[in-house]
Write a protein that binds this ligand. Structure first.
Ligand code: BGC
Length: 750
């Protein structure tokens, strides 16, 4: 086994930034003008640019005709106009398309769709007069319970990276800057405002930083949002290693950084260690900057460098003229169509005994479960969208059901409004559950069972809601809430034709519903046309083609951070900045307090996140990463690799055929994983390195070629502080999921 260490220059070459134009160059076309502007600016004018002007803008240079920068959340649609404290301003023209949320987008496994999705949001942002969208959110889904898993893409860095690049390019091609967030290692919401994430350099580089690196280097992201948390001792908004050494130094980032809202922590730290704009407030990057310069503690050149980075973005993104913004509704038919296509390709069929697609003989359908009619566009704190409409699953089914088919409905379980409802004294009616593990209400259950008994087919909608999965907190477990398992069992007793649809953003424990359902689907929070897309799948207008972007363990305790007791953290009694101060800013209320947790989060599972853990440790999962069935079978064959031996500059080209053995149009996502059987360096058993979505007519066979750049096989050599390539045997596994490997080959890395 030989190790070859590659210098940074070579690594850069491998990542395609030398021969072709570097995407970050899009920010570099106006340096002379920027010099001239900075030369004319007073120190006060410069410092005005380094902090918020309003909750969603920062100052330009009015005297010199440079417009303010206008931001909007992100990441799955343009958020409505908000004022101080995030209070909606009640505008008429600020409805925007609710796109499927992050994990749903990721389930398409389509960088092309991610491009369209980013482009659609980018177009809508311009109609709203926005320069910077606060998205995509591309942190790794480290914890099944993660409150923001639904915003994030995947547990896998390669899938996240490919989608992030598509999203960012699409958005920026529409003329809106993408602000990738939350940089970095913001993988838990529990004490996110203060937690110190302890991760080794290799784990950071290969898992957590990968999507950000790709979004910057390949996607050309113009804006980066440092996260709330600390990484290895320093807050992300003043983290020299993350912001100056890696982001700017190694990745060549030329754009601006803007702290997460309330995530700036000091003047000198932020000023010297990489933050350009404090959001929100000016207590650190306002007057204190001027004072620090006056005392000689800080040099004005530091401020000039920040102003330069902000102006680069300002010049790269043309401001929307005041009289053009908000003149038409942001959400238009073309952008809604993108949301619908993403929804259609995101739905994951987890099991099917042949009951789906629904037969034309079905004349009476019982739709059961509150999630069939729950609205999902808003809630979950920051990321909601004021959508012009939302087709719920129930509406989608009613719209699509053929003439003469009767659709009945019963909610079956109570609504869970979460801790906020109780804290703020929200009216809690009889149909509100007070606890997540509440037993089913006997009357509601009886109503549901009686509809189920009378129907030909039962479509049961279970899952979470945005009070359960939300920014600001993590779930305490991933069990189906409010008695949904018991309800599933009762429905199955009443009618064996039970089709269960899970409506959630993150994974749930599904063993019980798997056992009693004839078919099971993951239906996501799927945008304003989500119900339409789901009905198309149920009635067989299209075949399901989504693949899980995360593993679904049998139980939470099997997952790596839990198994190693890295999460949940122990409770302590220290102050948490987010809970203690920022929360008050949002809700104008001091009373509610989150529990205080241990302030470090150790990532001792290292590289073994998601399926990397389950596969390496031989821990069975209920549904593996990359899994998803269709209404047809696919046959894989004829694997060929372009050579036997490969060096650092080569691409390993793997070709094979995929055939649609069924009777309808269908799409398959073929996945390529690698393994290193005789490695000296520790590697996960299997890692995704390429994939492709393939559309096939009935009976059609196509040759697919996937390329793996050998440079993508490097590991971060901690001793050398550089990327290294380990020579030796590389196993190549091609299949339909991380567990369903259909073809094997191997090559040698020189
Ligand atoms: C979230 C960010 C969001 C910002 C502005 C923060 O609480 O973490 O994702 O962009 O608020 O709404």
């Amino acid at each position: 086994m030989r190790k070859v260490v590659y210098s940074l220059a070579l690594a850069l070459l491998c990542l395609g930034c030398t021969n072709t134009k570097c995407p970050q160059d899009a920010l570099m076309g106006h340096e002379a003008e920027i010099d001239a502007i900075i030369a004319q600016m007073t120190l006060e004018e410069k410092v005005q640019m380094l902090h918020s002007k309003t909750i969603m803008s920062s100052e330009g240079v009015p005297r010199l005709g440079i417009q303010d920068i206008k931001y909007a959340d992100g990441p799955f649609g343009v958020r409505e106009e908000v004022g101080d404290g995030f209070r909606p301003l009640g505008w008429q023209m600020d409805s925007a398309t609710y796109f499927p949320t992050g994990s749903a987008l990721a389930a398409t496994w389509s960088p092309e769709l991610a491009y369209s999705y980013g482009n659609g949001i980018g177009q809508e942002a311009r109609r709203r007069g926005k320069d910077v969208m606060l998205g995509p959110a591309i942190n790794i889904q480290r914890l099944p319970v993660g409150g923001r898993s639904y915003e994030y893409l995947s547990e896998d860095p390669f899938l996240s990276a490919r989608l992030a690049v598509g999203y960012v390019k699409g958005m920026q091609d529409a003329g809106t800057a993408a602000c990738i967030k939350h940089f970095a290692l913001n993988n838990q919401e529990t004490n996110r405002g203060s937690v110190n994430v302890i991760a080794d350099e290799r784990t950071m580089r290969e898992i957590y930083l990968k999507p950000f690196e790709a979004a910057v280097r390949e996607g050309g992201a113009m804006c980066v949002m440092p996260a709330y948390n600390k990484v290895n001792g320093d807050y992300c908004s003043e983290n020299e290693h993350l912001l100056n050494e890696i982001l700017r130094g190694e990745w060549g980032f030329k754009g601006m950084t803007v702290s997460d809202w309330g995530g700036t922590h000091s003047t000198m730290g932020a000023a010297l260690h990489g933050l350009d704009v404090q959001m929100t407030g000016d207590n650190y990057l306002g007057r204190p900057v001027i004072d620090s310069i006056a005392t000689g503690a800080l040099s004005e050149t530091v401020v000039d460098a920040k102003v330069r980075e902000i102006l680069r973005l300002r010049f790269a993104i043309s401001p929307v003229p005041e009289d053009e913004a908000n003149t038409v509704l942001a959400s238009q038919p073309e952008t809604r169509a993108i949301a619908k296509t993403v929804a259609e390709k995101s739905i994951v069929l987890l099991q099917n005994n042949g009951i789906l697609p629904l037969s034309p003989d079905v004349k009476k359908i019982a739709v059961i479960g509150r999630n069939a009619e729950a609205l999902t566009a808003s809630g979950g704190m920051g990321a909601g969208v004021k959508t012009p409409y939302e087709i719920t699953p129930l509406a989608g089914i009613r719209n699509r059901a053929p003439e003469g088919v009767e659709v009945t409905y019963a909610p079956a379980y109570k609504n869970y409004l979460g801790m906020f409802a109780r804290w703020f004294g929200q009216e809690l009616g009889p149909d509100v559950a007070l606890e997540l593990d509440e037993q089913p209400d006997p009357a509601m259950l009886a109503e549901a069972v009686s509809l189920a008994r009378e129907a030909d087919v039962v479509l049961y909608f279970c899952g979470t809601n945005k009070n359960i999965e939300s920014e600001g907190s993590d779930r305490t477990d991933i069990k189906l809430p409010v008695g949904q398992n018991q309800i599933a069992a009762a429905l199955a007793d009443a009618n064996a034709n039970l089709v269960t649809v899970v409506i959630s953003g993150g994974p749930c424990e599904l063993e019980a519903v798997t056992e009693c359902s004839a078919a099971l689907l993951q239906g996501w929070w799927n945008g304003l046309e989500g119900g339409t897309a789901l009905a198309e799948v149920l009635f067989g207008d299209i075949a399901p083609s989504g693949k899980l972007p995360f593993s679904m363990p049998f139980k939470l305790q099997d997952s790596p951070a839990y198994a190693l007791h890295n999460f949940p953290p122990e409770e302590e009694v220290e102050e948490d900045l987010f809970g203690a101060r920022y929360r008050r800013d949002i809700v104008g209320n001091r009373r509610p307090r989150l529990p205080r947790y241990k302030q470090t989060s150790e990532y001792t599972e290292g590289l073994l996140v998601g399926y990397r853990w389950f596969d390496t440790k031989f821990i069975p999962v209920l549904y593996p990463f990359g899994y998803g069935l269709s209404y047809v079978d696919f046959e894989y064959g004829d694997i060929k690799v372009s050579a036997d031996q490969f060096g650092i500059d080569d691409d390993i080209k793997v070709s094979f055929t995929v055939r649609n053995c069924g009777k309808m149009d269908a799409e398959e996502v073929a996945q390529l994983y690698v393994g290193r059987p005789d490695a000296q360096v520790e590697w996960p058993a299997k890692e995704l390195k390429a994939f492709s979505r393939i559309a096939l007519k009935p009976g059609q066979s196509r040759k697919v070629t996937l390329a793996v750049p050998v440079s993508e096989l490097c590991y971060w050599d901690v001793e050398k502080n550089a990327w290294s390539l380990e020579a030796g045997r590389l196993d190549i596994m091609v299949g339909s999921s991380s567990k369903d490997i259909r073809l094997n080959s191997f090559v040698t890395i020189k």
